[in-house]
Design a protein around this ligand. Structure first.
Ligand code: DUC
Ligand code: ZN
Ligand code: ZN
Length: 479
């Protein structure tokens, strides 16, 4: 397959220049102005458009079995939505049940993901601990291309990782050159507050944010950061949603610790007023964890993205339809947690980031693609436009407008947390593995076209992490 992208402006995380891009068999083989190439199967006219690395969404949950149901977008519809939004790679999560062997869960997810339409990879969650988990982590890293392990500090009596598990697993990650990641919420506090609210008769979706206030996240964020810091392990915080966590990350980074933070497109633009809606379905549609927050936290997240305290953007795409949400009609703790967004993330970031003067186009590429590629050790295979890189590309039309709506989305659910948002700047063509995957409203892939992406251990930050650990080795006093 030979594809020429002609006449566009290439935008990477560090450069902007006019160039054609020639892709052969899934790889970029030439980048330069006015390429004279006749051997092509397909041409994309990028005149007046931007040619950027395809988006990487480092946090999705397609087809997740969760809270008594299964997320409505499976690996086929969810990855179709990703491509429609300019995202060419997702990193989803294998979440073993407590006591389930890690490798069994991993193979189960690989099987489900066979119908993916874009590139995909997996973080693996550590939901329990014994010697087999310790051993399986090594097998996953060395034989299955997994370099990140997730820890849920919330969801008590289900998948919550207690401090002993965090210590054991972070230490194991360090031995393997993998990165521990955390969903930072204090599960004991959430459980306690949920029970209190139910006893008080506050049973609707408005109770959801009350059971997970900012301190619940801030406490867990600083605890996880301090555990990692004590062990000398790098750490990545998923879906940072409050100023308290931003401050914890900033403090640790200022002390020289290797800490990375992600925020969600939803948390950047949607606030907690949604939970006050008279319409139960609408309020419940926004139940996700961590919840949407008062506006002042959004400003803190934008500032953190701009200043590099947070490096990546994701969606936590975990779509539940109205009937599924209704499982919690009488009890908000039973509303399946999750919202969608994999299709909208890049458009929302462009509109509210670039068009509002908060981000440059190069910074947009950094936070939607390049930084995730670097942290999860895919760079420069992914996350940039360069000779030798994978031909995962979005041709972006900065002048085209669209109104985001559930009426036009690929996701299977009935609502859209960005409903009615007008955006200026949308994908024109998404190219995945060197082929046109989506173009001007038409999905051109089929389930199964997506490819699994191996991620090797020891991303670049491990060089300094290991060196400083070596220099800080404890010494016995010779007597
Ligand atoms: N939060 C959600 O809202 N859904 C899936 C898992 C999670 O942590
Ligand atoms: Zn989470
Ligand atoms: Zn998640």
């Amino acid at each position: 397959m030979k594809l020429l992208i002609q006449g566009g402006t290439v935008v990477t995380h560090e450069q902007t220049f006019v160039a054609d891009v020639y892709c052969v068999d899934g790889k970029i083989v030439e980048v330069g102005p006015d390429l004279k190439i006749s051997d092509v199967d397909d041409v994309v006219d990028a005149n007046g458009k931007l040619v950027m690395p395809g988006g990487i969404d480092p946090h999705t949950h397609m087809q997740l079995p969760f809270m008594g149901t299964v997320a409505a977008d499976d690996f086929a519809s969810g990855t179709g939505a990703a491509l429609a939004g300019g995202t060419t790679t997702i990193i989803d999560f294998v979440i073993p049940n407590p006591q389930q062997p890690l490798l069994e869960a991993y193979h189960q997810w690989r099987d489900w993901a066979q119908k993916a339409q874009c590139n995909y990879s997996f973080h693996v969650a550590i939901t329990w601990w014994d010697d087999s988990v310790h051993a399986d982590m090594k097998t996953l890293v060395e034989q299955h291309g997994v370099n990140s392990f997730k820890h849920f500090m919330a969801y008590k009596n289900a998948i919550m990782a207690t401090d002993d598990i965090l210590v054991a697993s972070f230490s194991r990650c360090l031995e393997l050159g993998a990165i521990p990641t955390v969903h930072a919420e204090n599960g004991e506090l959430v459980f306690h507050l949920q029970q209190q609210l139910m006893e008080k008769g506050i049973t609707g979706p408005e109770a959801h944010p009350l059971s997970r206030p900012p301190k619940v996240e801030g406490e867990a964020a600083s605890r996880a950061i301090n555990i990692a810091g004590t062990l000398g392990a790098p750490i990545y915080l998923v879906h940072v949603s409050v100023e308290d966590s931003v401050e914890a990350i900033k403090y640790a980074k200022n002390k020289g610790q290797i800490v990375f933070g992600e925020c969600l497109a939803g948390h950047l633009v949607v606030d907690d007023s949604v939970y006050q809606s008279q319409d139960w379905n609408l309020a419940a549609a926004h139940v996700m964890s961590p919840p949407f927050r008062p506006k002042k936290h959004q400003e803190a997240l934008w500032n953190a993205l701009q200043s590099g305290v947070l490096q990546t953007t994701a969606t936590d795409h975990c779509a539940f339809c109205t009937a599924q949400k209704a499982m919690g009609k009488e009890d908000f703790t039973k509303i399946p947690n999750g919202t969608a967004g994999v299709e909208e993330r890049m458009m929302v970031l462009w509109e509210k980031g670039v068009n509002q003067g908060r981000l440059t186009a190069n910074e947009f590429v950094a936070i939607t693609s390049a930084n995730s590629a670097k942290i999860f050790n895919l760079f420069p295979q992914k996350g940039t436009i360069a000779v030798g890189s994978d031909a995962d590309i979005v041709v972006w039309d900065p002048s085209k407008t669209k109104t985001l709506s559930s009426e036009t989305q690929y996701s299977k659910i009935e609502h859209n947390i960005f409903e009615g948002m007008a955006v200026s700047g949308v994908p024109d063509t998404t190219i995945c593995a060197g082929k046109i995957a989506w173009q001007q409203g038409e999905l051109k892939t089929a389930p199964g076209d997506g490819q699994y992406v191996n991620r090797p251990p020891y991303a670049s930050y491990y060089q300094s992490q290991l060196k400083r650990n070596q220099l800080a080795e404890p010494q016995a006093v010779e007597r």
